[in-house]
Design a protein around this ligand. Structure first.
Ligand code: MSP
Length: 538
């Protein structure tokens, strides 16, 4: 085991279990998973948290419509979410549900602490009330001045509620963005947040009395805690906070892992994570997360993929057809962090065929195939370095040994597409190397046996390096490559990806193709039924 390089705590948002998740949600979780796996490979002590945000009026309403209790509703959906992450082999260390007792009692304690600090006061919440829906709405939530849910008229109404003195933290928040610019990225989001604070921060209403599906305000049983205060707290309650003396073994986790290294969130919830959450932590007297990273949305046919619009792509169907590695690769390779990106069936199939079946798949099958055909699977470490083919070999070796450092730098910035581009540049260079060196011709000349072995050794070394580089993103493919190289039982170390010429030799075992070549027309037709909305018709 590599010595720990320190701790790394990464979180995804906790998802609303209003209905099943779609491929847009999996995008965020796949990125967090790739970062977590990468940091583990580097030797960090990683904690990766995800979960579900189960309270609030919306969930209560859906359950009511279904004729079941909110708890019955969320249990059903959360079961499906956990199954999805299992299918996608998401390597989280903890899954927090906001309906768990460990979370609820800790949120009440957080509320109490902020209250005792003097940052919570009782006041009047003014909004628009829809009587049939029993819902409060703000000015901006209304649709054409009517209830956004049922379209009926609303009335001005007041309810007494608790408020958090968010306004008192405006200056400290501005200093945070100013002094620690890396706290929030990308920069466009930071500028938006600075603008937002400068317009003037109002105190935040943090309790509701018009519905009861939530955590009770500890000092007033007639109110439930606002769902965002409840939800944001998950990042610390899952570590045992504030029970730092420990009642159930989680206490030490807070000391060990907080502050979070990265909160990965979608762009529309950056505001909650970079304004409300830091202000809460400031009030609690706790350290702030090191970074909030806001990613863009996956769009379908020009609009945001969303459950409420019904234009969603089901990740499970894609995995059933193409496998986990293919979906993860596509999500990480296709989109640029921070920007929105269009999901189309064409783009998906194009990448699967060109990058996976052709580039990576061919490199492995050609190498393992030639090794079997010409050398009965045995490749020795060559000692003829610098002889025939030196310059073409030298270039390949230089690129192969230099890729890991570039990949590492790009992953640190969450630029997964650039990281994968670098790995595929190495794969592309290696396929070209096969064409340039033409091993099948070399094999015809008995006097060139050593050179043939050397070419195959270089290719096996590239594949060994590739198997390490892709491990955080596509661990099945990594394992399959290692199996065919005869390295199956060996532990993987990231450092070995920068060393060319590491292995003493190989005993290759030709296996199945990594990715089948797809018939695009046929697949488009099949996907047209699965994802009709993702047909390329923007
Ligand atoms: N429950 C809150 C988060 C609380 S975190 C303390 C929430 N839940 S959500 O289910 O609506 O969204 C969770 C995440 O999924 C958000 O970061 C959101 O941006 C992301 N996505 C939802 N649809 C998406 C796409 N179409 N594309 C990319 N991400 C998407 O907000």
């Amino acid at each position: 085991m590599t010595q720990s390089k320190g701790k790394y705590y990464i979180t995804t948002p906790i998802y609303y279990p209003s209905s099943n998740l779609h491929v847009g949600h999996t995008y965020c979780t796949v990125m967090a998973d790739a970062a977590a796996r990468f940091k583990r490979l580097l030797g960090y002590d990683v904690r990766f948290l995800t979960g579900t945000d189960e309270h609030g009026q919306k969930i209560q309403k859906i359950a009511l419509e279904e004729g079941i209790t909110p708890k019955e509703h969320v249990d059903k959906i959360v079961g499906g979410i956990i199954d999805l992450w299992t299918t996608m082999e998401i390597s989280y260390d903890d899954f927090i549900r906001t309906t768990e007792d460990r979370h609820m009692r800790r949120v009440q304690e957080i509320f109490r602490r902020i209250y005792e600090k003097g940052d919570i006061y009782k006041g009047e919440y003014e909004g628009w009330y829809c009587t049939p829906c029993e819902s409060f709405w703000t000015d901006t939530q209304l649709s054409d001045g009517k209830c956004p849910d049922c379209g009926r008229p609303v009335e001005k109404a007041q309810e007494s509620a608790y408020f958090f003195r968010l306004s008192a933290y405006a200056d400290r928040l501005l200093s945070l963005f100013d002094e620690t610019p890396e706290f929030l990225e990308p920069e466009t989001r930071r500028n938006e947040m600075i603008g937002f604070i400068k317009q003037g921060l109002e105190d935040l209403c943090i309790s509701r009395s018009s519905f009861d599906w939530g955590i009770k305000v500890p000092i007033d049983e007639g109110q439930v805690i606002y769902v965002w205060l409840d939800a944001l707290s998950n990042y610390v309650t899952a570590l045992g906070y504030p029970e730092v003396d420990g009642t159930d073994g989680e206490a030490d986790l807070y000391r060990k892992y907080w502050p979070a290294d990265v909160h990965l969130v979608g762009k529309e919830i950056v505001r909650f994570h970079s304004i409300i959450w830091p202000a809460m932590l400031m009030s609690m007297g706790e350290p702030l997360p090191k970074k909030v990273l806001g990613h863009g949305w996956l769009l379908l046919d020009g609009g945001k993929m969303s459950k409420s619009k019904g234009n969603v792509v089901d990740p499970v169907k894609l995995i059933e057809r193409y496998g986990v590695d293919a979906l993860k690769y596509f999500l990480l390779r296709e989109y640029t962090f921070g920007q929105d990106g269009l999901f189309t069936n064409e783009a998906l199939l194009g990448r699967l065929n060109a990058d996976l079946a052709n580039d990576l798949g061919n490199l492995l099958s050609r190498t393992a195939g030639m090794s079997e055909k010409f050398q009965a699977g045995k490749i020795a470490k060559p000692d003829m370095d610098g002889e025939i083919g030196a310059s073409v070999d030298a270039e390949l070796k230089r690129i192969a040994a230099g890729t890991a450092a570039k990949v590492e730098a790009f992953i640190e910035e969450f630029a997964f597409n650039r990281a994968l581009e670098e790995i595929w540049a190495l794969i592309g260079r290696s396929n070209k190397y096969i064409d340039e060196t033409a091993p099948w011709t070399v094999a015809k000349d008995d006097s060139k046996k050593a050179r043939l072995n050397e070419i195959l050794y270089n290719l096996a070394e590239v594949l060994r390096i590739v198997s390490i580089l892709i491990q955080p993103f596509m661990h099945h493919s990594s394992e399959e490559i290692r199996k065919q190289l005869g390295l199956e039982s060996r532990e993987i170390f990231w450092e070995d990806a920068s060393v060319f010429g590491k292995e003493d030799g190989y005993e290759t075992v030709k296996g199945a193709a990594l990715f089948p070549r797809l018939n695009i027309a046929e697949e488009l037709e099949a996907l047209g039924n699965i994802n009709p909305e993702a047909d390329d018709a923007v």
